[in-house]
Design a protein around this ligand. Structure first.
Ligand SMILES: O=C(O)CCC(=O)C(=O)O
Ligand SMILES: [Fe+2]
Length: 353
């Protein structure tokens, strides 16, 4: 089980404040809270979410993750995600690059597809998962997935209205009954007491629409707009960290910000501890084409016109976008720095897809 007590997050490292958004107020469509969410989502693209009501499910997922990760490496490798751009499954430490030189990442993670979690045992992908995950799919994974979906879909419907889209337009890009890259991810980084700068996950933007992240220890850093310096995001107990990914940035014509972030070992004395994190990623349906929804919203059309240097016509589906990004960050597929470039997202320019 991830350590229940550990040293506090240090107060002498560069830290970026995030707005704290109250999910209870979002649910009741409080106009002021919606304005604060909008500010967070358009300026930085990251915010804390409190009162999300998923705390118990998160804690059970951390326990399950610890049980699954404790299996021998040989066993976990039977469930490896592979090199073809599939995300579901196990990713060993060192399987992904963290930069263009091909330096290796240090995290291992297990991704569970939402479609498998919701339909298990008559799952959709024929993929198998490590035994503890399969055994607790109904009791632990599915409740976490369902509640996370509810939170992210509430946020999507609020963005829909703020973007001036017809009712249901954004949710229609994320149909519940279409297969998608939506997934839960449990991440473990080993203690790194002597290598505080060793990148656990390289700088990236998230591939999908919304990420719902749970951190116990520090290590997550953001590159705030207009800054050249990475700054930590301080974990706050029972507060999720939410962020916008590439797909939502493209759909919105760049109004919603998909911000660069990365993961280092936790700072200060926390570095002597294993770092565990948990994410639920909401991503569009596989067949949805990633492009700005200009015909449906004058607000989005105006934004696209104001950014002539950017292309919001990627020409690819969510499935293709996602597979490309997963595939080219794998060390096994690396030919040179061009492979890293091929794994990039909206920060590089969506037209590069
Ligand atoms: O572990 C974290 O804090 C962030 C993980 C992350 O950025 C990702 O998995 O995309
Ligand atoms: Fe991320």
């Amino acid at each position: 089980m991830p350590a229940l007590s550990f040293p506090p997050f240090p107060d002498d490292v560069p830290t970026h404040p995030l707005l704290v958004i109250d999910y209870a107020l979002l649910k009741s469509r409080d106009p002021q809270e919606i304005d604060r969410l909008w500010e967070a989502a358009t300026k930085l693209g990251f915010w804390y979410l409190k009162n999300h009501e998923v705390t118990e499910e998160v804690s059970r997922m951390f326990d399950l993750g610890a049980e699954a990760m404790a299996l021998p490496l040989e066993e976990k490798l039977k469930f490896e995600q592979g090199d073809d751009g599939t995300s579901a499954g196990y990713k060993a430490a060192g399987a992904n690059a963290v930069d263009a030189t091909g330096e290796k990442d240090t995290v291992e993670f297990i991704n569970v597809s939402k479609d498998d979690a919701l339909r298990w045992p008559s799952h959709t992908s024929n993929r198998r998962y490590p035994e503890p995950i399969e055994r607790q799919m109904d009791t632990v994974v599915r409740p976490f997935v369902q509640k996370s979906l509810e939170v992210n879909r509430t946020v999507l419907s609020i963005f829909n209205d703020k973007l001036g889209l017809p009712e249901g337009a954004l949710l229609n890009q994320h149909p519940m009954d279409e297969q998608s890259g939506c997934e839960a991810r449990i991440i473990k980084n080993p203690p790194m007491p002597h290598n505080a700068q060793k990148r656990a996950i390289g700088a990236h933007t998230d591939f999908g629409s919304l990420s719902f992240l749970h951190n116990r220890l520090g290590g997550l850093q953001v590159l705030a707009p207009g800054s050249d310096d990475w700054q930590y995001v301080k974990p706050i107990p029972n507060h999720a960290i939410c962020n916008i990914g590439d797909a939502l940035s493209v759909f919105s014509g760049g109004i919603l910000r998909s911000n660069m972030h990365r993961v280092l070992p936790p700072p200060g004395e926390q570095s002597a501890y294993e770092r565990w994190s948990l994410v639920f990623f909401t991503r569009p349906g596989n067949s949805k084409v990633l492009r700005a929804l200009v015909e449906s919203s004058p607000i989005i059309a105006t934004s696209v016109k104001s950014k002539p240097e950017k292309s919001f016509e990627t020409g690819v589906t969510a499935k293709e976008w996602f597979a490309r990004r997963v595939r080219y960050q794998r060390i096994a597929n690396r030919k040179g720095p061009e492979s890293w470039m091929a794994s990039r997202g909206t920060e590089a320019n969506p037209a590069a897809a």
